[in-house]
Design a protein around this ligand. Structure first.
Ligand SMILES: Cc1ncc(COP(=O)(O)O)c(C=O)c1O
Length: 472
């Protein structure tokens, strides 16, 4: 028998509203500083929103990573931490939750997502290997490169077009993957690096049909598929809404089926799993698990804590079960869409369709007069902060970094500024403030000038690079 999907009050009556399945019982004050204070803070931060102090930020949309509000049950779980060095009971609860919801038998805990990326890259990638994936992610690709691999983008072309309305812009282009296999040989491809949803494409999903076809192609060549499951709950909602045959399945059922086509997954639990810190890696292959369990003790911690406290693992086990509930995911994505609709109603260029975790402003269309080497998306992030204290993040040429072979900037087609919505943190009224601020920046766009980079760190430069405004 199919499970009935819990509906929001609005849905039960065919109405538009999507209100949250929780109420607020504790609040954290935030403050507003004036324009002069924001100008000073931005100058001191080198026009990089990562370098602002959070106390100087009014509405913080830098990231949805580790910024979720935990529930009363998760906080109660914090008090149940078993802080034994080895064999903490919270680890076994976590292991059971991952096995139950994601379906992988072998679990390795890590301190956060990139800890898991490091381990899987070290275990499987050898110098000279090629790692195909549905668009790069910053830390994922860097770990693949540090292990000696070369990332190859095999996402469908629509993903690089902010205005394409393709419902599954995260899909892998199987012809591109086939061409890579023909060119380099399957033995030089350790695995396909598949993300659901695709962060850098605007939080865009992968369809069930696509993962099924990908599995078939990979099986023909003995290539494994590892999944970046960071936002798979949101990906599963899009499948439920958009793919034939999934309307009557719960997010949990869709998740399990999707993961069933993959060989394992790594996870930044700081997103869908609703915790402030944590991550994991889970696989089906016992031999690989043995290797990963050996590596984790070098880089993260013992295989029953992997860098997390017992209490963190308890909150995570609870967050896994809570976050996958249909009404939670629907309210989360509903809030993102609400902000998107405010902006599109005003004709502001954003990546469409609106993705799962953020609104991505199309900085190229915003500032057609600012060339990409003057960092339009970084400029827009700085302008939003100056206008209203809203903190966003660059996802364009700065994030893309330099090509290790040529040392030149990589120029991605997408030059985006990301307004990322933390889960269960801000209200609809906060979204109104954000939308008005984006409109103000848009109205002022032709008076805005770009930036010059005055300091560039070697790795993941978007975190710490410094800029100055270009003077007229
Ligand atoms: C898609 C994706 N993969 C991996 C990571 C890395 O996870 P973490 O920040 O927990 O190291 C992130 C985090 O931003 C992400 O968005």
């Amino acid at each position: 028998m199919e499970h009935p999907i819990p509906q929001t009050m609005g849905q039960q009556f065919g109405r538009r509203s999507w209100a949250e399945p929780w109420k607020i019982k504790m609040v954290e004050p935030i403050k507003m500083i004036d324009r002069a204070g924001r100008e000073k803070a931005m100058r001191e931060a080198g026009y990089n929103t990562f370098l602002l102090r959070s106390e100087d930020v009014y509405i913080d949309l830098l990231t949805d990573s580790g910024t979720s509000a935990m529930s009363d049950r998760q906080w109660a779980g914090i008090m149940l931490g078993d802080e034994a060095y080895a064999g903490s009971r919270n680890f076994y609860r976590l292991e059971e939750a991952i096995q139950g919801y994601y379906g992988y038998p072998y679990v390795v805990p890590t301190h956060q997502g990139r800890g898991a990326e490091h381990l899987i890259s070290q275990a499987l990638i050898k110098p000279g290997h090629y790692v195909p994936g549905n668009m790069y992610f910053t830390t994922t690709r860097l770990h693949q490169e540090l292990a000696g691999g070369t990332f190859v983008d095999v996402i469908i072309n629509e993903a690089h077009d902010p205005s394409s309305l393709h419902p599954f812009k995260g899909n892998v282009d199987l012809d591109k993957l086939q061409a890579l296999i023909d060119k380099v040989g399957a033995s030089n491809i350790p695995y396909v690096s598949l993300a659901g949803t695709v962060n850098m494409a605007g939080g865009q999903p992968v369809s069930m049909a696509n993962i099924r076809q990908l599995r078939e192609l990979c099986d023909r060549y003995g290539i494994r598929i590892y999944l970046d499951a960071t936002r798979m709950y949101e990906n599963s909602l899009f499948i439920q809404e958009r793919e034939h045959g999934y309307q009557q399945k719960t997010i949990a059922q869709i998740l399990k089926e999707f993961c069933g086509y993959t060989d394992g997954a790594w996870m930044s639990a700081k997103k869908d799993n609703l915790v402030n810190i944590g991550g994991w890696l889970a696989v089906r292959d016992a031999e690989l698990f043995d290797n990963l369990r050996n590596l984790v003790v070098i880089y993260e911690g013992l295989h029953t804590y992997g860098g997390m406290a017992g209490r963190d693992m308890e909150a995570l086990a609870i967050g896994i079960a809570e976050g996958v509930e249909d009404d939670q995911v629907r309210a989360r994505v509903g809030q993102v869409r609400y902000l998107g609709e405010l902006l599109t109603d005003w004709g502001i260029p954003i990546v469409l369709p609106v993705g799962g975790h953020a609104i991505f402003l199309d900085a190229r269309s915003f500032y057609p007069h600012i060339p990409q080497d003057q960092f339009p998306a970084q400029t827009l992030a700085a302008q939003l902060y100056l206008d209203s204290g809203v903190r966003s993040m660059e996802r364009g040429v700065v994030s893309a970094g330099r090509d290790p072979a040529t040392g030149e900037h990589r120029y991605p087609k997408l030059e985006l500024t990301r307004l990322t919505i933390p889960r269960r943190v801000y209200t609809q009224a906060h979204m109104d403030v954000v939308a008005e601020s984006v409109k103000a920046a848009y109205d002022n766009r032709l008076q805005t000038r770009g930036l010059v980079m005055v300091y560039e760190p070697q790795y993941l430069r978007f975190f710490q690079a410094r800029f100055e405004p270009i003077q007229s």
